[in-house]
Design a binder for this molecule. Structure first.
Ligand SMILES: [Zn+2]
Length: 583
């Protein structure tokens, strides 16, 4: 009888047979650590802008992340299904998102001229399913989820898997009989997400967020902390408060020392080549700092142009400004538009002498004798005081910043950068109203189903984990998501190390440990470098010298030192080390 070849995906692998195409250097356009390392360590390759293939190692990590997500979602009573990616446009037209999504929606025309798109998210499709199948309150609550490809035609795909045009998401949708029940479902998903993000080995914060284009009432983001993240969040150092800077409630900052001073006479000063706050501060020198200046930015808000004034060390919260003005978004005016509206150049615009609408932040109007642009090139004013020299609508329009008081406790806020790993929403009846997804209650009267939705950027999390877990030598996978838990590295030319290493490999394999046997005839240095680059959490090194003493070396990827263990106990030592890393 012919022997069957070993299964190709049995949790173990010989390096000589493995498809791990490592690179000495990553392409120049890859700058973020996760992007560089996924390419260099042979986890992924780019097919087109924002379109990637996951190679076998990357796929192994993906499957591990998916498994954790499935276990936790199933434990919470959610049920997995699979909706189509390629969908008729009618559903998005029903809710208005066919237009709202604009060029981000990848539209497709079929051979009969029918309008379709590749789904960026599935609220409409799942709401349609519910309106067809859910009739009675007895069928609720219900939570349906899928792990599937999503498509968004991002204008600027970046950072490898961090912002892609095709990506893998876990999206879940809850259906409830009432707002209270929907909030319960939301709270349950929030707990589930805590367990998922913790098991993935991520340092993260749950932050209040803007609901954006999805619509809805209550929402929170699970932000993975990373220097390279594109979101800015503030989090309290003492309590759980955290928020995206776009929605953070900025408390009043500590006033600058000058704020108690007596108003001094307004003074115009010629300030050539001083356009930025830094340049203004260095021009005036002495006691001046950014908190003593006013930053004045001209925004186009719909038909209107208005001047936003914040303290020099603060940033304008554009979302908050738009909300206050009652428009979808505000756009910073171009050089030409500034010239047209004020007759001066960017950098010299200020509230004094500006004839249009001015909105100023409370912290900005609290500054006494401030320095601000004179709305005349190239001049600034000294001793600008709100009330006397200019009048503005005083509204909070700045972003929260490091050192701000926490709105929930006595602590202070710190600024972090984050990668959005998950987002949860209470949708209410936004979609069920538009699509008539209703149920009959006990009395037989009809109500809209109350919904929630819950996303996790599964492929993005692969990159986010690397952003948090790497060093200059490579990736450092947390044990729960590593493609292999241990790499066994025989070194030396004689056959004994490879024979012993194979023995340990087979023993671990029999115990269900995902092991990679580096059976390549490479120098020890090459093997060690690759093991570090790949990021396997544990390494067993089998050398001739150790074998004479009856020992092998066990090393953790995150530790500098290895330790000797008796070679006959190697498999047990690996299992103990795995258990320690898992706890
Ligand atoms: Zn606090």
């Amino acid at each position: 009888m012919e022997t069957l070849p070993p299964p190709c995906y049995d949790g173990a692998m010989r390096y000589s047979r493995a498809f791990i195409p490592t690179l000495k250097e990553a392409p120049k356009d890859a700058t973020m650590p996760s992007h560089v390392l996924m390419l260099r360590a042979g986890y992924a390759r780019m097919v087109g802008a924002g379109i990637y293939e996951l190679l076998p190692l990357g796929t192994r990590v993906l499957h591990r992340i998916e498994r954790i997500i499935r276990e936790e979602m199933d434990a919470a009573g959610a049920q997995e299904l699979l909706m189509p990616t390629f969908v008729p446009g009618d559903y998005f037209k029903e809710t208005g998102r066919w237009d709202l999504y604009g060029p981000t929606l990848l539209r497709i025309e079929d051979r009969k001229g029918g309008e379709y798109h590749l789904a960026p998210t599935h609220e409409e499709i799942v709401t349609d399913l519910a309106r067809r199948e859910v009739k009675s309150y007895r069928q609720l609550p219900l939570n349906l989820y899928q792990i599937q490809l999503k498509y968004r035609d991002e204008p600027r795909p970046r950072g490898g898997l961090l912002r892609c045009r095709e990506f893998i998401m876990k999206d879940a949708y809850s259906f409830d009989v009432s707002e209270e029940a929907a909030v319960q479902s939301y709270e349950q998903m929030r707990d589930t997400y805590h367990r998922i993000f913790t098991r993935l080995g991520l340092e993260y914060r749950v932050v209040e967020a803007d609901s954006g284009a999805i619509g809805g009432k209550q929402s929170a983001e699970f932000q993975v902390l990373a220097q390279t993240g594109e979101d800015w969040i503030v989090a309290c150092s003492s309590c759980d408060y955290a928020a995206n800077v776009e929605v953070a409630k900025a408390g009043l900052a500590a006033p600058p020392a000058s704020s108690a001073a007596e108003p001094q006479p307004l003074e115009k000063v010629e300030t050539p080549e001083t356009r930025s706050i830094e340049e203004v501060v260095s021009f005036f020198g002495g006691e001046t700092n950014a908190a003593h200046t006013l930053k004045s930015l001209l925004y186009v808000a719909g038909e209107e142009v208005c001047l936003a004034v914040v303290r020099g060390d603060h940033e304008v919260n554009e979302l908050g400004l738009a909300r206050h003005l009652g428009v979808e978004e505000v756009v910073l005016a171009s050089d030409a538009a500034v010239k047209e509206a004020t007759g001066t150049e960017i950098g010299f615009v200020g509230p004094v002498g500006f004839s249009g609408r001015i909105l100023a932040d409370p912290d900005a109007v609290a500054v006494r004798n401030a320095i601000a642009g004179a709305t005349e090139t190239p001049y600034h004013y000294k001793n600008v005081n709100h009330g006397r020299d200019f009048k503005a609508e005083v509204v909070p329009i700045r972003q929260a910043a490091s050192g701000d008081p926490c709105p929930s406790c006595d602590g202070t806020l710190e600024l972090y950068r984050g990668i959005e790993g998950g987002h949860i929403f209470v949708l209410g009846t936004h979609y069920s109203d538009k699509m008539q997804a209703t149920f009959l209650d006990e009395e037989g009267s009809s109500h809209s189903i109350v919904m929630g939705c819950y996303g996790i950027g599964v492929s993005r999390l692969i990159a986010a984990i690397i952003e948090q877990h790497h060093d200059e030598d490579g990736i450092r996978w947390p044990i729960h998501v590593a493609p292999f838990q241990v790499i066994i590295t025989p070194i030396g030319k004689d056959e004994a190390p490879l024979a012993k290493a194979t023995e340990i490999y087979e023993a671990l394999r029999a115990q269900g440990v995902d092991a990679l046997l580096d059976d390549r005839s490479e120098r020890p240095g090459v093997k060690f470098k690759d093991a570090d680059l790949l990021g396997i959490p544990l390494r067993i090194t089998v050398g001739s010298r150790g074998l004479k003493q009856g020992t092998v070396e066990l090393k953790e990827r995150t530790q500098n030192e290895s330790r000797d263990v008796p070679m006959d106990d190697a498999a047990d030592a690996v299992r103990d080390a795995m258990a320690a890393l898992q706890s």
